[in-house]
Design a protein around this ligand. Structure first.
Ligand SMILES: [Zn+2]
Ligand SMILES: [Zn+2]
Ligand SMILES: [Zn+2]
Ligand SMILES: [Zn+2]
Length: 293
């Protein structure tokens, strides 16, 4: 495979004029060529030449179907390298084709652009997202703690509110107690007052019967009618307490509304379904066979 010149003089020379370090190579006949000899070499129109930069020598494949031909075209639709015969007499006839070196230059440009974007922009974004994961995880706990605290606070407020209302109602009971006792006291005063009066009347009447004073007896006026009715019995309707049936739903409503967690996954991500990186693998194979020396 190696050029015999290489081992003899340790320097590669143009096969036509012996100029050292020739920059070109004809892939079909494996001829090293300097710039000036390229034209001379191409003037032999009987042969199918294909000139490549020296460093790419030996990298153009032979066609698997036409062993004398080199795959010097890229079918842009099938993304596969083909020879001129395949280009004119196969399924690729209607397909768009391009010179393989030109295609390689374009793809190298694309690779450089992809590399730069992946390296400087896309990959850092993924790295940043990865560093952000523990933060996200911690935020879950932080948020749930916030919710729990708010819920506890609301629970306490509701308890306080209930305690205050119960306390107020107890004061109402005390107040009604005092009113009731006052009414009984007043009743007692009236009864005692009238009783004393009746006792005095009884004594007067006894004395009157014992006496023989005609004038006094004849002037007597009965007050019994006045005492017969008993106007001091108070009417009391006692307060009652009717406990309302405890309704958990209503209490819940009073506490507040806890909304649900909603997670929306972006469409077409790995979270959705696994995908196979076929494009990148193809690209890699192509690169490997063309550039390896
Ligand atoms: Zn030359
Ligand atoms: Zn040639
Ligand atoms: Zn072919
Ligand atoms: Zn094709």
């Amino acid at each position: 495979m190696e050029d015999p010149m290489y081992s003899l003089q340790d320097v590669i020379r143009c096969d036509l004029c012996e100029t050292p370090v020739p920059p070109k190579h004809c892939e079909l006949y494996h001829v090293h060529l300097c710039e000036t000899c390229v034209e001379k070499h191409l003037s032999d129109k009987s042969k199918d030449h294909y000139i490549v930069p020296f460093k790419l020598r030996g990298s153009i494949h032979k066609c698997p179907y036409h062993s004398t031909k080199l795959c010097i075209l890229l079918c842009k639709e099938c993304n596969v390298s083909i020879c001129k015969i395949c280009s004119s007499f196969s399924e690729h006839v209607q397909h768009k084709k391009e010179d393989i070196l030109k295609a390689m230059t374009e793809k190298e440009e694309l690779i450089r652009k992809d590399l730069q974007e992946l390296d400087e922009s896309i990959y850092p974004k993924y790295q940043e997202a990865a560093t952000n994961i523990p933060v996200q995880r911690a935020d879950v706990n932080k948020h749930s703690q916030k919710l729990t605290t708010a819920l506890d606070k609301q629970g306490e407020a509701l308890h306080t509110e209930i305690d205050t209302i119960i306390q107020g109602m107890k004061l109402d009971i005390d107040d009604m107690d005092a009113q009731h006792i006052a009414a009984i006291d007043r009743q007692e005063v009236e009864i005692n007052k009238t009783s004393t009066e009746i006792k005095k009347v009884i004594l007067d009447l006894k004395r009157l019967l014992d006496t023989s004073d005609v004038c006094l007896v004849s002037e007597y006026t009965s007050r019994t009618e006045e005492f017969r009715s008993f106007p001091f019995q108070i009417q009391v309707t006692l307060p009652t307490f009717t406990p309302q049936e405890i309704n958990r739903g209503q209490i819940r409503q009073q506490i507040g509304f806890l909304s649900e967690l909603v997670i929306t996954y972006p469409v077409g991500t790995l979270l959705d379904e696994p995908r196979i990186l076929t494009d990148i693998q193809t690209e890699y194979k192509y690169l490997h066979c063309v550039v390896s020396e």
